[in-house]
Design a protein around this ligand. Structure first.
Ligand code: FAD
Ligand code: NAP
Length: 546
């Protein structure tokens, strides 16, 4: 019955008949309100499925409130969206998505009109077999889903390529940490004499031996990942994936052969690749971290360009291995980190032989001599003036940041929004992009930490939410991280600069201390180096601000 006092525009029964007829005569009928975000979400879902739908915006018609009452009578649901598929009441936004994920929606869509919904090849296709992609695909398969993962490494300009596992395993955390360890062992050798070890031989480092050992280990990890995928019955394809239409990708393998696959849901986990300077000689003569860890020869005298994580870590271990290393810094060290800590890490590096050229950027790299390594001339310009400098190096390592691999994967063909400025994919707090069946995890996600444990956790939790009935989301706040320069700087929460900004000078209290690690005492290593700092909010019971 209409609510008491409600104006009956047409006759109540006539209206009911009309609503019924709308429901019955449209494959998908959505009763909506134009400003409602949940209604938009549902419309986006059908749009992304390339399924035509009819909408009645209840806020745009005088009959709106009465129709809402009719719907309440017919379905027990007063809220919008109110969705019907082939005459069946599906429900609101949550119910529609649940129906979509369980496959019910597809069945209903295929139903009465004999229009069979396409049967997808896979429940889930994951693009990118790195930290995020592997964890997500394995978890989805564990939950009984039919899953495919595609991984393909586009060779670097120098032709370097690698196996399954993504950045962390092949050209990131793993080789970085192992080379860091090689550098620490050099220091340990020096310390060892003080602890009573006597050895006569002259100590020197063999780059090839180290690289071969590390690459062998990485090879075993690549193999292990393939076996793990097979055991979980995830289909693995070493091919480059690109969307060519809704729910459909093209996969191109090394030989250029094309195959096509469809899936109900997709996860994009394509990661990032090093950025180049865009100056003469950079791609021809310089290397990036993607080349360094498998470089078949010792890089020799090295210029590292950049001053963040990757740059300082690589500079740190190369110097620790005894090489002549210079870092060219455009502005500050470790942007985004506590600057006092960043400068302390820099001071330690300087003390251990790393040279810094500050406020300069390279403008040209010229080859002077071929070889392994060869000889390069770098011409650089002051950032705040016209001063120019030149230097000769055997190797130039560019580490000026990484670009998200989102450009050539057909996202435009399916309407996934990408931030034009940085190539990152915006997503909601459930890693869902603006196209409801497409999700994104790992380094390509906008505004999230670019770290392996984060990508792994996000991928696993996403699979559990999609296929395991879970509603646990990934917590991206206060993720700790460490920079290995090789002095290890771990941090979590606010830098002092950000705490000042957020809470004001008067409201923060900073506690700090220098300390001398026990193992540094016997070799008499510098007791003014190791430092800890805790930033507290006075207003919040002097609580640590993380
Ligand atoms: P990735 O691991 O990069 O995987 C993406 C995969 O997708 C790649 O294999 C790529 O080739 C593939 N791919 C791309 N496009 C396609 C396509 N169209 N079709 C098929 N496959 C495709 N993090 C830490 O937590 N700790 C560290 O110590 C640390 N050290 C690092 C050191 C270095 C030098 C670097 C570069 C990174 C480091 N990181 C570290 C960051 C960490 O490696 C990344 O955060 C992590 O690998 C991101 O995982 P992902 O799944 O997003 O992408
Ligand atoms: P990044 O954090 O984006 O830093 C880029 C650096 O390059 C900055 O110092 C920047 O200087 C400089 N730069 C940019 N453009 C330049 C140019 N044209 N000329 C000269 N210098 C330029 O990049 P990243 O070091 O590659 O790290 C990427 C991500 O990988 C990090 O965010 C991190 O999460 C992850 N990572 C983690 C670890 C770890 O956990 N230990 C290790 C490595 C990497 P300005 O400050 O002047 O902009």
């Amino acid at each position: 019955m209409p609510p008491p006092g409600q104006v009956r525009l047409p006759d109540w029964d006539t209206l009911k008949l009309r609503v019924r007829s709308m429901i019955g005569s449209h494959r998908v009928m959505i009763f909506s309100k134009s400003y409602c975000p949940f209604c938009r979400k549902v419309k986006d879902l059908f749009h992304s499925l390339a399924i035509e739908y009819s909408v009645l915006e209840l806020d745009k018609t005088d009959e709106g409130p009465s129709i809402q009452e009719v719907l309440a009578e017919l379905t027990g649901q007063r809220t919008v969206p109110n969705v019907f598929v082939n005459g069946t009441h599906v429900g609101g936004c949550d119910q529609t998505f649940q129906a979509y994920h369980s496959g019910l929606l597809q069945k209903l869509l295929g139903g009465s009109k004999g229009e069979e919904m396409e049967a997808y090849d896979y429940d889930l296709i994951v693009i990118g077999g790195g930290s995020g992609g592997l964890s997500c695909s394995k978890e989805a398969a564990t939950l009984g889903k039919k899953v495919m993962v595609l991984d393909y490494v586009v060779p670097t300009p120098l032709g370097t390529t690698w196996g399954l596992g993504g950045t962390c395993v092949n050209v990131g955390c793993i080789p970085k940490k192992l080379m860091h360890q090689a550098a620490l062992l050099g220091q340990a050798l020096q310390d060892a004499r003080k602890f009573g070890w006597e050895y006569d031989e002259q100590v020197k480092h063999n780059w090839q031996t180290m690289v071969e050992a590390i690459q062998n280990y990485i090879g075993s990890l690549n193999w292990g990942y393939r076996v793990a995928l097979r055991e979980k019955t995830v289909t693995y394809l070493n091919a480059y994936a690109e969307f060519i239409g809704p729910h459909k990708i093209k996969a191109v393998n090394r030989k250029g052969q094309e195959t096509f696959f469809t899936a109900q849901s997709f996860v994009i986990a394509t990661g990032e690749r090093p950025r180049y300077l865009g100056i003469p000689g950079d791609k021809e003569y310089c290397i990036t971290s993607d080349d360094l860890f498998s470089l078949p020869y010792c890089p020799g005298k090295t210029l590292v360009v950049g001053a963040s994580y990757v740059a300082l870590e690589c500079a740190g271990f190369l110097a620790g291995l005894g090489l002549d290393v210079t870092v060219m810094v455009r502005s500050i060290l470790l942007r985004g980190f506590d600057q006092e800590m960043a400068e302390r890490a820099g001071a330690y590096m300087e003390k251990h032989g790393v040279k810094f050229i500050r406020q300069f950027v390279p403008i040209e790299v010229v080859k002077l001599e071929d070889g392994m390594p060869g000889r390069l001339k770098v011409i650089a310009k002051a950032t705040g003036g016209t001063e120019m400098i030149e230097g000769e190096y055997n190797t130039v390592l560019i580490a000026i940041g990484r670009d998200a691999c989102t450009k050539n994967i057909g996202l435009d063909k399916i309407g996934v929004t990408v931030n034009e400025k940085n190539g990152k994919i915006p997503a909601n707090d459930e890693e869902q992009t603006n196209v409801p069946y497409v999700y994104a995890v790992g380094d390509i996600l906008e505004g999230k930490p670019e770290l392996t444990p984060v990508a792994i956790q996000a991928g696993k939790l996403l699979a559990r939410r999609l296929f395991g009935g879970s509603n646990v989301k990934c917590d991206y706040i206060n993720v700790p991280t460490t920079v290995f320069t090789p002095l290890e700087y771990g941090c979590c929460g606010f830098s002092e600069e950000r705490a000042l900004e957020q809470f004001g000078q008067d409201n923060i209290e900073v506690y700090h201390t220098l300390f001398w690690p026990l193992e540094w005492t016997i070799p008499n290593r510098d007791n003014n180096t190791c430092y800890a700092k805790v930033i507290c909010n006075k207003r919040d019971n002097v609580c640590i601000v993380v």
